[in-house]
Write a protein that binds this ligand. Structure first.
Ligand SMILES: Nc1ncnc2c1ncn2[C@@H]1O[C@H](COP(=O)(O)OP(=O)(O)OP(=O)(O)O)[C@@H](O)[C@H]1O
Length: 616
C-alpha cells in the first residue's frame, strides 16, 4: 500500500497542503473547532449495529494488539467509512487527553468536521497517512501524532479506517507498519468469514441440488461436480475433476453450452437436457451446467441393484434373500416400510434381476399426483379427453411399462375411485385410456409400496381389501433404520462415499452413541443427508455429537434428556445469552439464520455476540 508520510519537522508535504486548502475552502478556521459532529448514545448504538460484522471481527484483533502496546500512551481507533469512530482501545491516561478533543466513540473525524487529521485525510487520500503535531488543521489537535489507514474490500468499497494516535512527542516510526498490519489482519478476518459464509451457502445449494451439476472452466474441464452428478456418471469427484466434460458427457458441445444454449445429452443410456445454470458472465471463467432428466416415461431405466443395498443386519439380510428369490417369480409384490427405508431401492433391484429386466421399469408416486389426474397418468387418455389434455392423447404408465415392471409407490394414498380402476386393470390385464373405448392388452408386473398399515386402512374403509390381495403376492417388510443393528456400518458407508471426505472425516465416540440413540424418522435418506452436511461442516475435523444434534431437525429422546439437564437461566441477561447460544448451535453458527430464528437483525446479533463474548 502506498503511504503519505512526512517525517516530523520536514517541510510540509503536498498532501497536507492540499488538505489544508480543502479545509479553508470549506470555511474551517484553525483556532475554532466548532463543528461538534457527535453521535448520541442511541445513534452510536445504531451505527455500531450497522457495522456489527466489522466490529465483531476487529474487536479481538484490536484487544490483542493493545495488549502488546499498552503503556505506550496511545489509542487505537476504528472508524466507519462515514468517519465516525465506532471502537477504541487505549491507555486510560491518554484516553482522557483524547476525550478532550473528541477523539472517542461517536465522534466524526472526516475533514469537514475535524480538518486535516489522519482518519479524514486517509479517507480522502485513499492511503495510509501520518499526520504529525502542527500538520493537524485545528490547533487543539497539535498535541497529537496520528497514523491512519483505510481498509478496503477487494471490490473497492471502503470497510473502515484504522487509526493509531499518541502524544506528538511519543511519535514512533513503527506506527505506520503497525497500523497497516493490524488493518490487514482485520481485512483478512472479515474476508475469510465472508468467503466461508458464501462458500457454505453455495456449497449447500450446489451439493444438495437434486439434479446433476458440473462446473467447468473456460477450457471445458470439470472443476467440480455435486453428489447427484457423481452418482449419474458413477465416479467420484477426485477422478473426474480436470477431465474434459466432453469425455464424460457424450454429445455435449462445450462451446454451445458456454454460449448459453441448451442441448440433449446422454450418460449411461440416460437422456438429459444440459442447461447452463450459472456462469461468470464477466470473465467467462466458469459455467455450471445442470442436467435435467428427460421426462419421457419410456426412457426411464432402473438405477439400483441388489449390490447397492448395504446391510449387515440379519432381518434386512433375510428380506434381501427373499426379495432375490421372489424377483425370479412373476408375482406382485408389496413392499412396506417407513419413508426412506429403501422401498424403491428394493423395487428397482428386484426388477434388475427379474425376467423383465430388459423391459422398462416405471415408477409412479401415487401420493404426488392430484387425484383428478392419477387415472389419466396411470391409464393414459385419448385426445380431447379433458380440458388441457394433450391434443394427440397420451399413453399412461401402464402402457409405458408394458412388458416390464410398474412400481406403484405410496399405494396406500391412492384414492378409492382409482383403486377400483386399478383393480379392474389388474384383473382384466387390459387398459382403456381415459376418454377412450379401445381396450389395450398389457403385461405388467406390479410392485407396490407403502408406509401405511394397509390392514388398518382396510378396516377404516380407505383401502379395498380385494385390491390388497391382488397386490400382495408377497410382502417384503423393511425395518426402520433405528431398529437396524448395522446402523454404524451404514453411517461409515455413507461417509466413505462422500466426494469431499478425507481421513479425518470420522465420527467421535459420542457421535456414534448419538447415531444409535437418535430416532432417524427419515431413515436412510436422513442419515445420508445429515452425514453429508456434517462431513462438510466438520471441515476435515472429526464429526462430533454436537454437530449431528444441530443437523437433526427432529428432537430425539436423547436430546430431550440433555436439554432438561441444562441450567435454568436465572436472569433476563442469562436468558438472552442462552437463547443466542442455542440459535447459533441450531444453525451451526449461521448468523443470518440464527438472527431470523431470534427475530432480530444480523447486525444486532453480531453486536450482542460481541457484548456477551459469544463465539460462533
Ligand atoms: N440399505 C440401504 N443401502 C443403501 N442405500 C439405501 C439403503 N436403504 C435406503 N437407501 C438409500 O436411501 C434413499 C431412500 O431410499 P428409497 O427411495 O428406496 O426409500 P423409500 O422407502 O422408497 O422412501 P419413500 O417412501 O420416501 O419414497 C436412497 O438414496 C437409497 O439409495
Amino acid at each position: 500500500m502506498s503511504v503519505n508520510i512526512s517525517a516530523p519537522k520536514e517541510t510540509i508535504p503536498t498532501f497536507i497542503q492540499e488538505s489544508w486548502k480543502r479545509c479553508h475552502s470549506k470555511g474551517l478556521q484553525p483556532r475554532i473547532m466548532d463543528k461538534e459532529n457527535m453521535l448520541g448514545e442511541f445513534e452510536l448504538a445504531e451505527f455500531q449495529d450497522q457495522y456489527a460484522e466489522l466490529l465483531y471481527y476487529s474487536s479481538p484483533i484490536l484487544e490483542d494488539v493493545y495488549s502488546s502496546i499498552h503503556g505506550m500512551e496511545s489509542i487505537l481507533l476504528l472508524a466507519a467509512p462515514e468517519g465516525y469512530i465506532i471502537e477504541t482501545v487505549g491507555d486510560p491516561s491518554f484516553i482522557r487527553h483524547a476525550n478532550n478533543v473528541a477523539l472517542r466513540k461517536g465522534a466524526n473525524w472526516l475533514e469537514e468536521s475535524k480538518g486535516t487529521n489522519a482518519i479524514g485525510t486517509a479517507i480522502v487520500e485513499k492511503k495510509t497517512v501520518l499526520i504529525h503535531g502542527s500538520q493537524h488543521f485545528y490547533q487543539d489537535n497539535h498535541f497529537l501524532t496520528c497514523t491512519a489507514t483505510p481498509i478496503y474490500h477487494p471490490d473497492g468499497h471502503l470497510l473502515g479506517v484504522l487509526n493509531l494516535s499518541s502524544h506528538q512527542q511519543d511519535y514512533h516510526p513503527f506506527s505506520i507498519s503497525l497500523v497497516q498490519r493490524v488493518a490487514d489482519s482485520i481485512k483478512q478476518a472479515l474476508l475469510l468469514a465472508q468467503t466461508q459464509k458464501r462458500e457454505k451457502n453455495l456449497y449447500f445449494i450446489y451439493d444438495q441440488h437434486p439434479d446433476p451439476l458440473f462446473t467447468i472452466n473456460k477450457e471445458g474441464n470439470v472443476t467440480s461436480l455435486n453428489i447427484a452428478a457423481s452418482r449419474a456418471i458413477g465416479s467420484l469427484e477426485q477422478t473426474t475433476t480436470g477431465q474434459p466434460i466432453s469425455s464424460i458427457i457424450s454429445g455435449l458441445d462445450t462451446l454451445a453450452l458456454i454460449k448459453g444454449l441448451e442441448q440433449k445429452v446422454a450418460i449411461k443410456n440416460q437422456k438429459f437436457t444440459a442447461q447452463p445454470l450459472i456462469k461468470d458472465t464477466q470473465h467467462l471463467s466458469y459455467v455450471t451446467l445442470r442436467l435435467e432428466k428427460l421426462k419421457q416415461i419410456d426412457e426411464q431405466t432402473n438405477r439400483y441393484h441388489f449390490s447397492d443395498i448395504i446391510s449387515n443386519d440379519s432381518q434386512m439380510n433375510q428380506t434381501i434373500s427373499i426379495a432375490k428369490r421372489a424377483a425370479k417369480l412373476d408375482i406382485s409384490l408389496l413392499i412396506t416400510g417407513e419413508s426412506g427405508t429403501g422401498k424403491e431401492l428394493f423395487a428397482q433391484s428386484i426388477h434388475g434381476v427379474s425376467l423383465r429386466r430388459d423391459k422398462p421399469f416405471i415408477a409412479i408416486n401415487c401420493s404426488a399426483i392430484p387425484e383428478n389426474l392419477l387415472e389419466s397418468e396411470l391409464f393414459g387418455y385419448e385426445k380431447g379427453a379433458f380440458t388441457g389434455a394433450n391434443s394427440s392423447g397420451h399413453k399412461g404408465k401402464f402402457e409405458a411399462a408394458n412388458g416390464g415392471t410398474l412400481f406403484l409407490d405410496e399405494i396406500g394414498d391412492m384414492p378409492l375411485t382409482a383403486q377400483a380402476t386399478l383393480l379392474r386393470v389388474l384383473q382384466e390385464r387390459c387398459v382403456t385410456r381415459v376418454g377412450g373405448n379401445t381396450s389395450r392388452p398389457i403385461d405388467v408386473r406390479i410392485i407396490a409400496a407403502t408406509n401405511k398399515d394397509l390392514q388398518k386402512e382396510i378396516e377404516a374403509g380407505q383401502f379395498r381389501a380385494d385390491l390388497f390381495f391382488r397386490l400382495n403376492g408377497l410382502t417384503l417388510k423393511l425395518p426402520k433404520l433405528k431398529n437396524r443393528t448395522d446402523l454404524l456400518m451404514l453411517a461409515e458407508h455413507v461417509l466413505s462415499y462422500l466426494p469431499y471426505r478425507n481421513e479425518s472425516t470420522e465420527l467421535t465416540e459420542d457421535a456414534k452413541t448419538f447415531i444409535f440413540e437418535y430416532e432417524w424418522p427419515g431413515n436412510f435418506r436422513e442419515l445420508q443427508n445429515v452425514l453429508g452436511q456434517a462431513a462438510f461442516l466438520a471441515n476435515q475435523n472429526p464429526i462430533t455429537k454436537a454437530l449431528l444434534v444441530s443437523l437433526c431437525p427432529v428432537s430425539s429422546p436423547s436430546r430431550n434428556v440433555e436439554e432438561t439437564k441444562e441450567q435454568e437461566p436465572t436472569s433476563m441477561l442469562d436468558q438472552e445469552i442462552q437463547l443466542i447460544k442455542k440459535a447459533l448451535e441450531r444453525t451451526n453458527g449461521n448468523i443470518s439464520n440464527a438472527a431470523k430464528q431470534l427475530k432480530i437483525g444480523r447486525n444486532t446479533l453480531y453486536r450482542k455476540m460481541r457484548t456477551y463474548k459469544i463465539m460462533r
